[in-house]
Design a binder for this molecule. Structure first.
Ligand code: AMP
Ligand code: TRP
Length: 334
């Protein structure tokens, strides 16, 4: 059995990842590099779907790559690359877009949310196409599993449908990928509004903890996180969504179960619990921040890592794309 392959991507659309990105996705990526043939991609093509500034995109693409190294990805154990360095992504996107129904793409909830925000008339066609480009990212690498947060489930369903459709029409070409979603951390909530997910676009600054944020500010936000009626530290999605979210963050970072924490904090108030959680988050993020800063300090080395990653990625993507061109019926270029 060959080593199973994973691929995932993250957008360089902020100056820092947030705790939801880290717990829901990047932490799994770090673990999976030990057991899987892993490809991780800074998806800059996706990052221009909502409008952007070129200098900011350049900076954020390096910051995103540096944070992946800071979080513990090791370029010797996995392939880290920038999406636009591998032109096959845009090429496969086109082929897949011709297999995607207009109605099918219109039903993507992330598109509906984001286009509603941008205004239906001004939202770009790129935003509409976003999930099809994501499908291309995944299928190019013959990916077995895709580690992401819960919000990406629908895009993965579309990816599977497109892979099956292509295989059915043109012959077996793509591996059908599955989601790799870790239930308890798949949807980290906003600290101020536990009804919504922590998100760079929807959360207020108080509701979001950044990976690169300074410790004093992290402590303040956790201390002020919305808790619920009563004083009991107990997981209850319906009655106590705020405390439940904090318990999940705690459990994930400490490597213990929520039930253990309920026992440990039985009879104590929110204050002590939040203080311990703040210590835990600060201690978990500090080394990531330090290593990210180190990676950013040597831009030449960072760019070298990305160039090496792109070469490895192109090797795999190029092989898939040659097969796709032949299956679709494009004439060989001589
Ligand atoms: P993005 O920043 O949209 O590129 O997301 C990067 C990764 O983080 C994706 O796998 C998302 O599913 C995941 N993610 C984003 N927000 C959250 C959240 N609040 N909880 C868990 N995972 C998340
Ligand atoms: N759409 C994903 C997100 O917002 C990012 C992404 C792009 C991705 N391409 C991907 C995730 C391929 C997994 C696989 O988080």
């Amino acid at each position: 059995m060959p080593t199973p392959r994973v691929l995932s991507g993250i957008q360089p659309t902020a100056d820092s990842f947030h705790l939801g990105n880290y717990l829901g996705a990047v932490r799994q990526w770090v673990a999976l590099q030990e057991t899987h043939d892993a490809f991780y991609c800074v998806v800059d093509l996706h990052a221009i779907t909502m409008g952007h500034d070129p200098a900011v995109l350049r900076r954020r693409s390096r910051v995103a790559a540096a944070q992946l190294l800071g979080a513990g990805l090791d370029p010797k154990r996995c392939t880290i690359f920038v999406q636009s360095h591998v032109p096959e992504h845009a090429e496969l996107f086109w082929v897949l877009s011709c297999l995607t129904g207009f109605g099918e793409a219109s039903r993507m909830t992330q598109f509906k949310d984001k286009s509603a925000k941008a205004g239906a008339e001004t939202a770009s066609v790129g935003l509409f196409n976003y999930p099809i480009l994501q499908a291309a990212d995944i299928l190019l690498y013959q990916t077995d599993q895709v580690p992401v947060g819960e919000d990406q489930r629908q895009h993965l369903e579309l990816t599977r449908d497109l892979a099956q459709r292509f295989n059915h029409r043109f012959g077996e070409t793509f591996v059908i990928p599955g989601p790799y979603i870790v239930k308890d951390v798949a949807k980290i909530a906003d600290l101020q509004d536990p009804a919504i997910k922590m998100s760079k676009s929807a959360s207020s600054p108080q509701g979001i903890v950044d990976v690169l944020e300074d410790p004093a500010s992290i402590r303040r936000k956790i201390t002020r996180a919305v808790t619920d009626m009563g004083t009991e530290i107990r997981a209850d999605e319906e009655a106590k969504p705020g405390v439940t979210n904090l318990l999940r963050i705690y459990a994930a970072l400490a490597g213990v179960s929520v039930a253990d924490l309920e026992r440990r904090y039985a009879g104590t108030g929110y204050g002590a619990f939040k203080k311990d959680l703040a210590d835990l988050v600060v201690d978990a993020l500090a080394p990531i921040r330090e290593r990210t800063e180190e990676a950013l300090a040597d831009e030449a080395e960072l760019d070298r890592v990305l160039a090496e990653g792109a070469a490895r990625a192109r090797d795999v993507a190029g092989r898939t794309m040659r097969l796709v061109r032949e299956r679709v019926g494009f004439l060989p270029a001589r």
